[in-house]
Design a protein around this ligand. Structure first.
Ligand code: NAD
Ligand code: MG
Length: 446
């Protein structure tokens, strides 16, 4: 994979929406007024600053209202988002939903939440669903319908929770339309971080991470400035094959690979966790989100999935975010940011927990990690090729066409044959994506 060397730099504070101290500093730069600072604090901490012993009964912010479109609402993240929105009360409203083939689940969500519009990517599912809606809301269809629902004026916040490359165009459309985005669809950043991040900056919108590790990093970063970061520890459970030999991993069945030890997720990300391609995608995601060089990111195996990630600052202080392995917590933080509200996920019990474990990753048994670093360095079209080849190989594995061991092997082979375009457009990224899928199919004689 020929690529162009780059010297990434740390961002200016709050370059992509920023964190509270950075935004406060910028605010002071602009105004210099104490009254305004007090107002800002009042809006950041509407319940008042917490004093030990003082009881705070309702931490819900009266100042945040969100009209939310959930892309991929029938999936694992989508359904958790619906639960979070429900628990946050009437300041948070769902105004748009989207699904693909599970139209009857989408219909149930529409009946419950009464959004202004819904979108169904799959045409046959849309045709089946339409008569059931009795014209009570707009039903948009196909890939264009997803783009439209992501950019409609009813919403001010879009949760991007479609799995895979299918989420890219709607996520770009949401940013283009000036919506803040809660990003679960890491593949969009892996493919097109070079377009998405500058676009968000131009449009002055926030891309708030929902991926638990990135949410943890984002929260930990509020303890310092981005220029003070020494490195990030991206934690990983190690997946179901953490203790398996390479030979045994190579022969794992879909049933083995779908049995994740700590997280309950959709099938594609569960397989990615078993190959550790998920962590590879997350390395690339972190580089784009936080404008960090790959060398500043260290993967750390932590089987309990309690520490969701950590930031080590230049003075040696390490700030971690902990919680039970439940995506409702990072989803809620994205929705309520910069505030916090009473959570609906189970809380940590340190007495039951007692011990946390850490180990270095094994790059030989999990070669996907190496690919993650290589692609994060190469940038350009490399992410699109890595992602598309992996998506295609994962689908082939789940359909029983290839053994587990070939997923990463095929992905690496396609990546090796790709000449990276270091300055891609959306069109070249989509071309690279299509080429990588064809290459996987060619290798499989499909
Ligand atoms: P899922 O398979 O459970 O749900 C995927 C959603 O995307 C569904 O609503 C489905 O209808 C929709 N979808 C699938 N293909 C589509 C297409 N071609 N066009 C339009 N819509 C389509 O997946 P998930 O586990 O919820 O993951 C969603 C995203 O969130 C992924 O990018 C994943 O990496 C990320 N993520 C998930 C978790 C988790 O715990 N599940 C954690 C972190 C990040
Ligand atoms: Mg994650």
């Amino acid at each position: 994979m020929p690529s162009q060397g780059d010297t990434p730099t740390f961002p200016a504070d709050g370059a992509h929406g920023g964190h509270a101290p950075a935004r406060l500093a910028r605010f002071l730069d602009n105004t210099g007024g104490l009254g305004i600072v007090l107002n800002l604090y009042a809006s950041m901490y509407p319940g008042g600053l917490h004093r030990p012993g003082a009881e705070i009964t309702d931490r819900r912010s009266p100042t945040v209202t969100r009209r939310i479109t959930i892309l991929g609402s029938t999936g694992s993240i989508g359904q958790s988002t619906v639960q979070v929105v429900d628990s946050l009360g009437s300041d948070y409203r769902v105004v748009g939903l989207s699904g693909n083939r599970r139209w009857s689940e989408l219909l149930d969500q529409c009946r419950l939440l009464r959004p202004a519009a819904a979108a169904v990517a799959d045409d046959a599912s849309a045709a089946a669903m339409r008569p059931q809606l009795n014209g009570q809301m707009d039903l948009l269809t196909g890939p264009e319908g997803l783009v439209e629902i992501a950019s409609r004026p009813e919403s001010d916040f879009v949760v991007a929770a479609i799995v895979g490359a299918a989420g890219l165009r709607p996520t770009l459309a949401a940013v283009e339309a000036g919506k803040d985005v809660g990003l679960a669809n890491k593949e969009a950043l892996v493919i097109a971080g070079s377009l998405l991040m500058p676009l968000a900056k131009r449009k002055n919108v926030r891309i708030l991470p929902i991926d638990s590790e990135h949410s943890a990093v984002f929260q930990a970063m509020a303890s310092g400035r981005s220029g003070e970061i020494h490195k990030i520890y991206l934690t990983a459970s190690g997946g179901p094959f953490r203790t398996w030999s390479a030979d045994r991993i190579a022969q794992a069945t879909p049933e083995d690979a779908l049995r994740h030890p700590t997280w309950d997720m959709g099938p594609k990300i569960t397989i990615d966790s078993a190959t550790m391609m998920n962590k590879a995608l997350e390395i690339i995601e972190a580089c784009w989100l936080f404008d960090l060089p790959p060398d500043a990111i260290e993967v750390l195996i932590h089987p309990e999935s309690v520490i969701h990630s950590m930031v080590e600052f230049c003075d040696g202080s390490v700030i971690a975010q902990l919680g039970t392995p439940d995506m409702k917590t990072p989803i809620q933080y994205a929705l309520t940011y910069p505030h916090r509200a009473t959570g609906c996920a189970e809380r940590l019990d340190f007495h039951a927990l007692r011990k946390l474990h850490f180990e270095p990753p094994d790059m030989d048994r999990f070669p996907a990690l190496r690919l993650g670093y290589e692609v994060a360095r190469a940038k350009g079209t490399a992410g699109a090729v890595l992602n598309a080849a992996n998506e295609q190989a994962v689908a082939a594995f789940l359909e029983g066409h290839i053994p587990f061991g070939r997923i990463v092997e095929l992905t690496e082979r396609v990546l090796d044959d790709h000449v990276v375009d270091t300055n891609p457009t959306l069109e070249t990224l989509l071309t690279a994506d299509a080429w990588a899928r064809q290459e996987v199919n060619r290798c499989l004689n499909v």
